[in-house]
Design a protein around this ligand. Structure first.
Ligand code: HSE
Length: 308
């Protein structure tokens, strides 16, 4: 089995967890040879000190076979990924904004680009949906796709607390984006449902047409009122062939399959014409769960017997 050399762009919560997973469970097949970080002066693990290099150098390096992009954001991630693919490298990314906004272009670009971790962190929903979309006409997708907001809504009810202190906690737990307004205002869920909708329909969704509401105005009083009516507030993302995509907080009755998906869990319900209903549930945010999906892509892309 040949050793794949990994170049890691980003060494925040997710990047550090990818490094740890490779060192712990995949060291026989993968070795991190280069790491690019936004701010090299920030305290980093001593272990990566010798590996630090510029991201532009990393994506061209002859010492890198596969690039893992966990820096996030649209630019320069898009340029870096295209350069890596053009250089014949495999690329694994967790960047939902990038995939959602450039789905068609990236699929046409060619090369080995994988993005399982972009939706649902550790839940293998991309893989499952791609398979279903080949055999079914997917009719609808409904999900809780943001771990931060689901954690906040669950904890607000469980602890009778307002949003702000729980948001801080979710940031400390490594669930929130670098800019948590992406989570709270529903952008993160919007990117994720756009990716799922694109896979289901075969073409990129127009993000400007997606109705998006977040939980920035959510009060404990609203959470309590929902509970008094036997309901639970959830930030629900939906896509359907007829109506397109939307992200809206909803008070779900307790017998709804998404109502009891609590804390940092995500869940996705997919309906096809032959497969009536399939629901996947699992840890939807955090370094370790996201690293699990990223490393799943690494293993799947490896030119060895590992993927079988
Ligand atoms: N901030 C994201 C979330 C991370 O809370 O779901 C996983 O994509």
């Amino acid at each position: 089995m040949s050793l794949s050399r990994v170049g890691l762009i980003g060494f925040g919560t997710v990047g550090a967890a990818v490094y740890e997973l490779i060192e712990t469970n995949l060291w026989e097949a993968f070795e991190v040879t280069k790491v690019a970080v936004g701010n090299p002066n920030k305290a980093r693990s001593a272990a990566i000190g010798d590996l630090l290099c510029d991201a532009n150098e990393l994506v061209r390096s002859s010492e890198v076979d596969v690039v893992v992009e966990v820096m996030g954001g649209e630019s320069p991630a898009l340029e870096l990924i295209k350069t890596a693919l053009t250089a014949g490298k495999r690329v694994v990314t967790a960047n939902k904004e990038l995939i959602a906004k450039h789905y068609d272009a990236l699929m046409e670009f060619g090369g080995d680009l994988r993005y399982e971790a972009a939706v649902g962190a550790g839940i293998p929903v991309i893989q499952v949906l791609k398979t279903l979309a080949r055999t079914n006409r997917i009719q609808s997708i409904q999900g809780i796709l943001n771990g931060t907001t689901n954690y906040i809504l669950s904890e607000m009810e469980a602890r009778q607390a307002e949003l702000a202190p729980i948001l801080r906690e979710s940031q400390e737990l490594g669930y929130a984006e670098a800019d948590p307004t992406s989570d709270i205002e529903g952008f993160d869920s919007m990117y994720k449902i756009a990716i799922l909708g694109a896979i289901a329909s075969g073409e990129q969704l127009d993000l400007t047409q997606i109705h998006r509401e977040g939980i920035q105005e959510m009060s404990l009083q609203r959470v309590q009122e929902a509970a008094e009516h036997g309901k639970r507030l959830k930030l629900v993302a939906t896509w359907s062939r007829e109506s397109g995509a939307r992200v809206v907080p909803q008070a779900l009755p307790m017998d709804h399959p998404l109502a009891r998906v609590d804390g940092v869990l995500n869940a996705v319900k997919i309906e096809g014409d032959f497969m009536p209903s399939l629901t996947l549930m699992g840890t939807g945010a955090g370094g370790r769960a996201t690293a699990s999906a990223i490393c799943g892509d690494l293993v799947a892309s490896a030119p060895s017997t590992m993927s079988s």
